[in-house]
Write a protein that binds this ligand. Structure first.
Ligand code: ADP
Length: 971
């Protein structure tokens, strides 16, 4: 057997012995007070102990109880038995035990099941439950015990009823007196902690004992015994259940003790009655005392709870009040049944300008004007909103209130129905929105004035554009006309300066307008097919002369793999390139400016085109690099700076690139040069109208060509172009190398079918060189010259002297080069202009026609007259739109040039009137708008008015003639 098991057995045995001994002793005490007849004990206190033991230690104590009971009974029976009935008494002793054990266990079981807690006698329900359950439990002991006594003939069957009853009551009284006292024993600590109460209680117990001794020792008549109940009630009022149980115990034990001791005073035949009445008395005062104590306790608890609830309520009300009073809104509580406010907060008083008492007397209708902002009657509209709230919605709406002084206050109101018993309560919270309204009003008028400012800014821009362009037209046009006349060299120089300055001024105006348009989001991009080659070389050709004058090589390098036609806004791409190339030339004094165009990634019919504009110029200091794309930002801001400019070009470029969904980047090394990288995605044109690039013809294949070119970049590009065509190029840097190469070829018996010479390279004007060349060049060999863009006298001499069969101008367009080479090979004269230019030139020379010029500015009238008459046209002038319309009614014209901004009738109305007249005669005179209005949308407005074309002032002569030619072209 393990130690733990041994230990538990030992403790079990000890517990059993202790309990059995205690049981035995208490049983003996009970038996001492037993009274004849039948050795009846009026109170069997041990049944109370047994119940406490089972409740505290559990059902496992039953053997201890049975043992104690057996010992007690056996002892009693030994006292009363003779040797003859010894066996029977022992048997009865054994038989009584189970009844008592069963009573304790059953009692404990029922208490646990029915009462809230075994030790609780603080609630009436628990006291009643305890009493009822023990009434039932005690049946077992008295029944089994009575039967055992009768069966063993210890008690005659005739006395069974009396024995059963007294036994039953004795057990019950034992339980009701002892169990509560023992179970609540720990409450004594509460008493001990309060000496005053301990003293009072002790005194009361002594008095109770004294009184009960007086009464039950028959000193006073026994009918006074209920006087003792006063002590029980006192205990209940003052201390509660524990002291009640102690008091009852004192009174009942003294009563029973005294009756037992004094039974001799009573006649034996009265004893049964005496015992029963004592038992009932003890049971009654015990139950009454416990019930009264429990009731009082419950009352006290309820009172405490009530007080707690009351203070909680007060607190909650205070909190609620603080919440409502300090709310930013005005709050009122409306009793719908009475149609009155029942609660208002301080803000409501403030809002309506009335004290609380006055406000509480008001009807809601008194606080609104008769009608609301939307014209509805306030009473009806309020009723509707309140009904919505009562139906459970929480409507929020704007409402006009009226204060006591009659002021109308716009408010935002929210209604909420409040939960209330038998009442319909609606809470209305109101916010004064006068300030909000004012702010909204201010915001609206601020917005309106901002819009008006923006409109007037746009109008100002348009006006400025018009006003500046109109005189510029006169200045530039007239200066150009003067340049065409016989002027002295000095005058020419001055005039050229005027034209240059005018052009520069115009470009600044254009830049400023462009930037304003971009910043006002008014610039729209076109989406039309265009040729990249035309765009690139067209742009470069614009700068060719300038670059040549500075001695800077201007080179275009277009990757052959690029699609020939793309879709985008060619004008704006050109503007980007113009800006970048113009800067590159401006900031470069020696070296070259190369514009390389290559294809990047292809995706979904789009191609990224990379433009690189590289120069060998001044470069940009590193700390300025990041800011060159900002408006008005220049790398060199010193007052002594060499180069002019506004600092707008790159800002416009970067905006345009951004608008096209591209990126721009700059790399630069001071004194070495700069590279501007631009990547723009374009759609590849699928338009069937645009010609697809043809496959290279093989008429140049295998041709040996000697190229003389000093610039390595051009050499590289030329080599690529030639090799692509199957030609065999040999490149040299200058004339003497060319002669050596020709000599070598002669020695090796090779032939060059073609020579391509850069005019600047082969010692121009050097007769010796020409002679040597003639000597070395075989007769069949064709010589093509690459000329500088300015047709210099030396270049012409050079060509003549060397016997060139063809020539072309720099920058070299690969397609033009190949055409010239082909023409030379086939013995044709050189097509010096690109196809498009040649075509246009022929179209620009239409036969003389009659033109109506509607123009209010006298300067411009004169300019137009001179320009058009020079071309052989007949010009009729009209001073305004109305005069123009009248003129068209008098005579017919081949073309009308129409200014837009004119007095009396503007160009739009005039065009409309002319078109209306024409509808009857079914004719159509082309009208070209000539306007200084260069803002976005102006072109569309002109076309809408029925005009055929649109040109902006200042008039570019070439453009004007081109447009006239186009308009007069037979359809
Ligand atoms: P600007 O009209 O002054 O040329 P831009 O916006 O075109 O205005 O250029 C801004 C500044 O960036 C220029 O003033 C110049 O200092 C610098 N910059 C632009 N391009 C070049 C370049 N190719 N080489 C050197 N500096 C350049």
């Amino acid at each position: 057997m393990s130690d733990a098991v041994k230990k538990s057995w030992l403790s079990f045995l000890t517990e059993t012995l202790v309990i059995a001994t205690a049981y035995w002793i208490l049983a003996r005490l009970g038996q001492i007070v037993a009274i004849h007849p039948g050795n009846v004990t009026p109170v069997w206190a041990v049944s109370g102990l047994a119940l406490v033991v089972v409740l505290r230690r559990g059902y496992r104590v039953w053997p201890a109880l049975w043992l104690g009971n057996f010992l007690g009974n056996a002892h009693a029976f030994v006292d009363i038995s003779t040797s003859a009935n010894a066996a029977r008494t022992i048997a009865a002793g054994i038989a009584i035990g189970p009844g008592d054990v069963l009573q304790a266990c059953l009692g404990a079981y029922l208490v646990r099941r029915c009462c809230t807690s075994p030790a609780a006698f603080h609630r009436v329900r628990d006291v009643v439950c305890f009493s009822v359950t023990q009434t039932v439990a005690c049946l077992s002991s008295s029944t089994l015990g009575g039967l055992a006594l009768c069966c063993e003939s210890i008690v005659p069957w005739s006395s069974f009823g009396y024995t059963w009853l007294t036994w039953y009551l004795g057990d019950f009284v034992g339980v009701i007196l002892v169990t509560p006292f023992l179970l609540m024993w720990h409450d004594i600590r509460r008493l001990v902690r309060r000496p005053g109460r301990l003293f009072e209680t002790s005194l009361m117990l002594l008095l109770a004992l004294g009184t009960s001794v007086l009464i039950f020792s028959d000193t006073v008549p026994s009918t006074f015994r209920y006087v003792t109940l006063l002590f029980v009630l006192w205990a209940a009022f003052r201390e509660g259940s524990f002291v009640v149980s102690a008091t009852v115990l004192v009174i009942a034990s003294s009563a029973i003790g005294l009756i037992s001791l004094g039974h001799r005073h009573h006649a034996p035949e009265n004893m049964a009655e005496v015992i029963l009445s004592q038992q009932l008395f003890a049971a009654v005062i015990a139950i009454t005392g416990l019930v009264v104590a429990a009731s009082l306790n419950e009352l006290k608890t309820a009172e405490r709870r009530l007080v707690g609830t009351m203070s909680d309520l007060q607190l909650s009300e205070a909190r609620f009040k603080a919440l409502v009073e300090n709310a930013t809104e005005a709050i009122v509580l409306l009793d719908m049944d009475r149609g009155r406010f029942i609660e208002v907060n301080r803000n409501a008083e403030r809002l309506f300008g009335l004290p609380r008492v006055e406000l509480l007397k008001k009807h809601p209708a008194d606080l609104s004007p008769p009608t609301q902002a939307d014209g509805r009657a306030s009473a009806e509209a309020a009723q509707q909103q309140i009904m919505r709230a009562i139906e459970g919605e929480s409507p929020v709406f704007e409402w006009l209130h009226r204060s006591a002084t009659g002021d109308i206050i716009p408010c935002e109101v929210r209604l909420v129905r409040l939960p209330a018993m038998n009442q319909q309560l609606v809470r209305a919270s109101m916010i004064d929105i006068s300030n909000r309204r004012k702010a909204e009003e201010e915001l609206r008028s601020a917005k309106e004035s901002a819009e008006a400012a923006s409109r007037s800014k746009s109008a100002f821009l348009a006006n400025m554009s018009h006003e500046i362009r109109t005189p510029m037209n006169g200045i530039l046009g007239m200066s150009r006309l003067l340049l065409d006349t016989d002027v002295t060299a000095e005058q020419r120089a001055h005039l050229e300066t005027v034209v240059e300055s005018g052009d520069a001024l115009l470009s600044i105006i254009n830049d400023i307008l462009d930037l304003s348009k971009i910043e006002a989001d008014k610039l729209e991009l076109e989406s039309i097919p265009f040729s990249l080659e035309e765009l690139l070389f067209g742009t470069l050709e614009t700068f060719a002369i300038k670059a040549d004058e500075k001695g800077v090589s201007l080179i275009g390098d277009l990757e052959p793999a690029l699609p020939g036609f793309l879709v985008g806004d060619p004008m704006r791409v050109r503007q980007i390139l113009l800006n970048l190339v113009s800067n590159a030339i401006k900031f470069t004094t020696v070296g070259e400016v190369v514009v390389t165009v290559t294809a990047g990634a292809y995706s979904n019919g789009k191609v990224d085109v990379n433009f690189v504009v590289a120069d060998t110029g001044t470069g940009i200091p590193e700390d300025r690099l990041a800011r060159v794309f900002d408006s008005f930002e220049q790398a060199d801001t010193s007052t002594t700076r060499k180069f002019g400019g506004t600092g707008l070009g790159l800002a416009i470029v970067s905006h345009l690139v951004d608008m096209m969904g591209g990126q721009i980047d700059v790399r630069s090394v001071p004194d070495e040069g700069s590279e501007f990288h631009v990547r723009i995605p374009f759609e590849v044109s699928t338009n069937p109208d645009v010609p697809a690039p043809g496959a290279p013809a093989d008429d140049l294949k295998g041709i040996h060509i000697l190229i003389v070119e000093s610039n390595t970049t051009i050499r590289r590009i030329l080599t690529r172009v030639m090799v692509d065509q199957g030609m065999v190029p040999k490149l040299v840097a200058d004339g003497s190398q060319a002669l050596s190469e020709l000599r070598l070829a002669e020695d090796e018996n090779r032939k060059f079918e073609m020579l391509l010479f850069d005019c600047q390279s082969p010692c121009p004007g050097d007769l010796e060189f020409a002679r040597d060349l003639h000597a070395l060049k075989n007769d069949a060999a064709r010589l093509v010259m690459m000329l500088s863009p300015r047709k210099k006298r030396e270049d012409v001499f050079c060509c003549d002297r060397l016997g060139a069969t063809g020539y072309l101008f720099k920058p070299i367009r690969p397609t033009v080069l190949l055409n010239v080479l082909r023409a030379a090979i086939h013995g044709e004269s050189s097509p010096t202009l690109s196809g498009k230019q040649a075509k246009l030139k022929s179209e620009i020379q239409p036969s003389a026609v009659k033109i109506l010029v509607a123009e209010d500015s006298v300067v411009n009238q004169r300019l137009m007259q001179i320009l058009l008459k020079k071309q052989g046209h007949e010009v009729v002038l009209a001073n305004d739109g109305r005069a123009a319309v009248l003129e068209t009614r008098k005579q017919s014209f081949d073309l009308i040039l129409m200014d837009i901004q004119m007095p009396e009738m503007d160009g739009y109305d005039a065009a409309r009137a002319i078109r209306a007249d024409e509808r009857a005669s079914n004719s159509h005179t082309p009208i070209i708008a000539l306007t200084a209005n260069a803002m976005i949308g102006d072109r569309e407005k002109c076309l809408e008015a029925g005009m055929d074309n649109y040109l902006t002032k200042p008039i570019q002569v070439e453009q004007l003639f081109e447009a006239i030619a186009l308009a007069l072209k037979p359809k």
